[in-house]
Write a protein that binds this ligand. Sequence first.
Ligand SMILES: NC(=O)c1ccc[n+]([C@@H]2O[C@H](COP(=O)([O-])OP(=O)(O)OC[C@H]3O[C@@H](n4cnc5c(N)ncnc54)[C@H](OP(=O)(O)O)[C@@H]3O)[C@@H](O)[C@H]2O)c1
Length: 270
Amino acid sequence: MPNIIITGASDGIGAEIARQLARRHGLQALLVLAARNTAGLQSVAAECKALGARTLILPTDVTVEAQCRHLVETTVRECGSLDILVNNAGVSAHALLADVPTDKLGWYHDLMQVNLWGSVYCTHAALPYLKESHGRIVAVSSLAGLVGVPGRTAYSASKFAMTGFFEALRTELHGSGVSVTLAYPGVVDTRIRMNGMNAQGEKAGRSGLKEAGAMSVHECARLIVDGMVRRKRDVVMTAQGKFGRWLKLLAPSLVDRLAMAAVKPDYRPK
Ligand SMILES: NC(=O)c1ccc[n+]([C@@H]2O[C@H](COP(=O)([O-])OP(=O)(O)OC[C@H]3O[C@@H](n4cnc5c(N)ncnc54)[C@H](OP(=O)(O)O)[C@@H]3O)[C@@H](O)[C@H]2O)c1
């Protein structure tokens, strides 16, 4: 009976992972839903319950280490064990570095605090319990965590950092029975870019990426759950993402041009 923590479960990909796990496991699963927006968590919990799963709502801001420890400790106290940690909570941003005002660079720290440190805090707290259960860690990085994308210096840095952290951790966990699955979505149809930050560190309200052909949230979550179940190392999404990973070794400047082509013209460097 898996006990599963999902961060960023109030919306988007995390909410859909919860719904798909509810459908898959029914009463066998205990889904611990974590994010800041309690109303969002309650509505996702209601959907999961309707699909037959048990849920526990633990409002959590992953940028606060004590709240991440509370999330993990409460889960283990209430459920007896922890089998899976899905590090999914994340924030987006789109701005050319040159456009960021000198007094506004602080939001680069804020983004790193959610995307990298939120994962570090939760994973560190969960590690002893995951070792006991021979459990699974999932980390939702991004194709921007494999390839630098223009306008994404903050976001790419945070996702490359996630990639490095979890790749190194995987080597440390060799032989422990704990698997680490890194997921690299491309453009997925959620509100993340609307809610993400602009050069001023304010809510962007629009996307700087070409959204046509975005992957559905359902398909993205399905690929992540499949990778988690099969304890895959990596889940690299989209044909372009898979191809780009290899092309970067052979013709990196061509990958730079492909990354530029993914950005809307008015978001490119002048
Ligand atoms: N959508 C894409 O195209 C795409 C592509 C590549 C990678 N990803 C990654 O996939 C993950 C999920 O993205 P999404 O598209 O589903 O985004 P989303 O729809 O905006 O959802 C983001 C989730 O993260 C939570 N979150 C944000 N800040 C948080 C904090 N400080 N503490 C706790 N939870 C926090 C939000 O909940 P609250 O606001 O309630 O806290 C929300 O549940 C992210 O890591 C993102 O970087 C997304």
